[in-house]
Design a protein around this ligand. Sequence first.
Ligand code: COA
Length: 438
Amino acid sequence: MNWKEDYRRKVSKPTEAIKDIHDGQCVVMGHAAAAPRLIQQTLADHCEDYNDVLIFHMTTLGDNPCYKPQCYGHFRHVSNFLSANSREVIERREGDFFPAYFKDVPAMIGNDIPCDVAVFQTTPPNAEGYCSLGVSCDYAHAAIRAAKTVIIETNEMMPYTHGDTMIHVSQVDHIIPCAYRLQELAQPTLGEVELAIGRNCASLVADGSTLQLGIGAIPDAVLQSLTEKNDLGIHSEMFSNGVMDLMKKGVINGRRKTLHRGKAVVTFIMGTRELYDFVDDNHDVEFHPVDYVNSPLIIAKNDRMISINSCLEVDLQGQVASETIGIRQYSGVGGQVDFIRGASLAREGKAIIAMRSTAAKGTISRIKPFLPQGAAVSTSRNDVDYIVTEYGVARLKGRTLQHRAEDLINIAHPNFRPMLIEEYERRFKCKWKGNGNV
Ligand code: COA
């Protein structure tokens, strides 16, 4: 059948498409800025018609109508990465969190994560009937392959991106033509602390490095400190406006990349409309599925690979808690550990965890004698490499427990060093002399 005929037959209204979602089923939703807004809203409007529908999402930007209290009891949510809005719904026990690396999600879909219905946002079809997955490639192919029913919202405002992003009209059951603004990620305001962290990280970045940038304000601060570098490349789970700015300046050009030379490789992006316009039909940026982008073996093929991620706290052994505050699940591990391992395997690679030395307006030290009870270790002390704060750089890899504690105390906030030194002296049975006790 001609794809245009097929397309016409499949065009649906959201209210018709959701009739193919049934009680007891699991729906896998598109990710981040590519979340299917119309189906989310229509499901929420008709939540009374549903019981026990499980919805899988990862990061949701802005408002997700399915999280609203009127939907409680009708939908349950499952996720391996929480954001501001989903945190509340999980805390209210309207769903649950499962720990998993982002790269493993495609293999889990259809197995550990049931997938009766897949709902994604794409571009309208091109002349051959192919739609681009736009700003989020991540687990879309896996879900579209596994689902019994596939619904796509073909949004005219979704950028047409390149890489492994094509799905064909013949692969889907319902097509909802639409035009709405993608959700945007507000850009962080950077203060002196963030910029100092950025400068400390930049001291570890040589010309010709390939970068991965994690989620949060710190990675953007690092990018602002890299304007004098040359020939940087990108191989990253995600990126935001900071990468676009450096690509426009020619600082990031991928010229010395040893894999996908000349291309910025990513699985999803979140930023402002300017970023979405930048990636539209831009052959310098390639989107690939997350099981490829986040595979440590693929990451390691990038010589001079540098991963830069953030965390919530770290103990004196170098155990890194990036996703929990005590027992409270705050976000998820995402690709942090995969990029740390990939960068550590790469020729001349470095793995950086960068964080502010304090949290909660300076009242809490992020460097702690012990992680709090219930905290999950995201990056183990065996994987950790560099820790960076606004006070400097601590290289932990290959260092003894005592050296690690010394180096971490030296980059802790001065207000909290006495408390850390007290624990140091108790643990190592010696007086604090700064560096060089052993
Ligand atoms: N104790 C108590 N509160 C803490 C805390 C601690 N140890 N650490 C942070 N907080 C608070 C902060 O004060 C802040 O509160 P506020 O919003 O009221 O100001 C909040 O928790 C968020 O902390 P912040 O460090 O600003 O978060 P961020 O937006 O920069 O994100 C991570 C940092 C670690 C949550 C984020 O990078 C993450 O989820 N990482 C894991 C996944 C990952 O690295 N993926 C990489 C590939 S994309």
